[in-house]
Design a binder for this molecule. Sequence first.
Ligand code: CP3
Length: 360
Amino acid sequence: MPQFAPLKNDTFLRALLRQPTEYTPVWLMRQAGRYLPEYRATRQQAGSFMGLAKNPDYATEVTLQPIDRYPLDAAILFSDILTVPDAMGLGLYFADGEGPKFERVVRTEEEVAALRVPDMASLDYVFKAVTQIRTELNGRVPLIGFSGSPWTLACYMVEGGGSREFHTIKQMLYSRPDLMHRVLDINAQAVAQYLNAQIDAGAQAVMIFDSWGGALADGAYQEFSLRYMRQVVSQLKREKDGVRIPAIVFTKGGGLWLDEMADIGADALGLDWTVNLGRARAQVGERVALQGNLDPAILFANPEQIRAEVERSLTAYGAPSAGHGHVFNLGHGISQFTPPESVSAMVEAVHAFSRAQRAA
Ligand code: CP3
């Protein structure tokens, strides 16, 4: 195992652990991506998205691009949640303009019976990238590892790609809950092993993206998404070399379930923009820190308006206090059409206003 440089900025990790910070740390979901011209240039060299993700040199380069450009407080591994179903043999590909797709789906009794936790060796390119990124970060900011939730991965595996209505997977859920549970149990084992291997490789925090949990009915969410995230969290290595590895759980559209989400053992909950930060803080109390939740569309406004919305959001969260923690973020991934200058305005406003809040 390589020796990594000591961390120079641990504000993000302290906020996740609900310890005092001098300002509110900030990063952005999808911070490395198509809105950055330097990303588009590297992607063109690599030829494709998976060409980028499977090459640790390229993955390192694009992970560091937003860190070099903005004073962000965390880096996130450049990869994708769909690497896991790809390693299960489903054949991930990106059709131009159509988003991710799979060559093979998991729908029938036979397809479910054949599903296995993938050999983590087939995901070695991800763990190599984690180690190389952590090395090249040289302690500037912590590195976040991530995975999709068991439910969100199942959505892609059963539907065969993105979906609006989730008819196929919901049909399985309601008519063959036994098959659904088997898929989710395998996914949960795979996700736990995958995140633990990222922690071993050097990830300093981990995040579970439950992008489609919000498509579920109340009751179904608890049984088919939350339950399996709890299973994953309970199996995570929570300490590495004597340092706590915080876990963040983000269900997009999960605002109505925060109370139950706060009890699954995660250190922090991600919030989308439908949630009021102050109300969420009161609801979760000192059980978890919060991460979020600016509407990514605000980044299409002018810098003055962006600053005003950042202030509104930090004011809604309220003054920092013992036992609480907040990491500023968007409520979902940044749009590829975002002007890069908007991100500067946002990050600077978060740092300046949150320092002023503490001085008041
Ligand atoms: O946050 C980061 O900077 C880390 C990288 C990251 C990517 N995908 C890179 C990526 C992360 C954390 C993800 C997670 C992811 N991937 C999720 C969960 C988060 C969410 O947005 O809800 C989901 C649902 C996916 C599946 C996926 N991968 C989609 C829907 C797409 C977009 C397809 C398209 O053409 O718009 C991808 C591809 C992808 N993953 C891109 C990036 C930067 C764009 C690919 C490109 O360069 O063409």
